[in-house]
Design a protein around this ligand. Sequence first.
Ligand code: URA
Length: 246
Amino acid sequence: MSRQRLDKTLAHMGIGTRSELKKIAKQGRIQVNGHIVKDAGLQIAPEHDRIEVDGEWIQYKEFIYLMLNKPQGVISATEDGRERTVLDLLDGTLRIFDLFPVGRLDKDTEGLLLLTNDGQLAHNLLSPRKHVPKTYLAHVEGAVGEADQNYFAEGVRLDDGYVTLPAQLVIQHVDEDCSPPLSVIDLTIHEGKFHQVKRMFQAVDKQVVYLKRIQMGTLLLDPKLALGEYRELSNKELEGLKGEAT
Ligand code: URA
């Protein structure tokens, strides 16, 4: 049973800074297993002890996992001098958790982005050896056809000579009435090269004009999340991802 300081535990849960927690404890607002604790430095067992602040149960979690529906215009970084980052979309109380995005979406790409402070899971999901599939919905200028599907299924030679792993291209709809034609497709890739989806279409002389990630491994973007909204993963979603990344 691992033990750690009460203030460290509560700071990790986003309840306050160490100095704020010292004050809160002195005010008699913290209870551990039903007893008021005024010493914020008390050693406790976060996984076992019941901690309450102002009567509210603070359920300890070592890691946080959020699914974000990333909007366009924000960058997938933890900080940037000039641009808004995905962390700027989070509620202030979550800022304390050292969350970071698992992988990158371009500034103009929308959709599923996992934010966590679980470095091991992130590492496993991003490992080139794991080939965790990622599915994108794209609007593409040009008539995407069977020849593209076959080429993508073999592997596409990108502008730098790299040949991608086989990718699955599903054509949803091709509108031939507009000029140039507009195709709506789903593409599943098994790696994450820089601008990969856009560059795969460039290789067949077509241009991605809208891109949204809709799936990563077993994790599906929740259609109830509006752009910029996020929620914690369910246990089932988390287990699915962990299974994927082992
Ligand atoms: N491929 C791209 O081209 N851009 C993204 O943001 C993700 C995949």
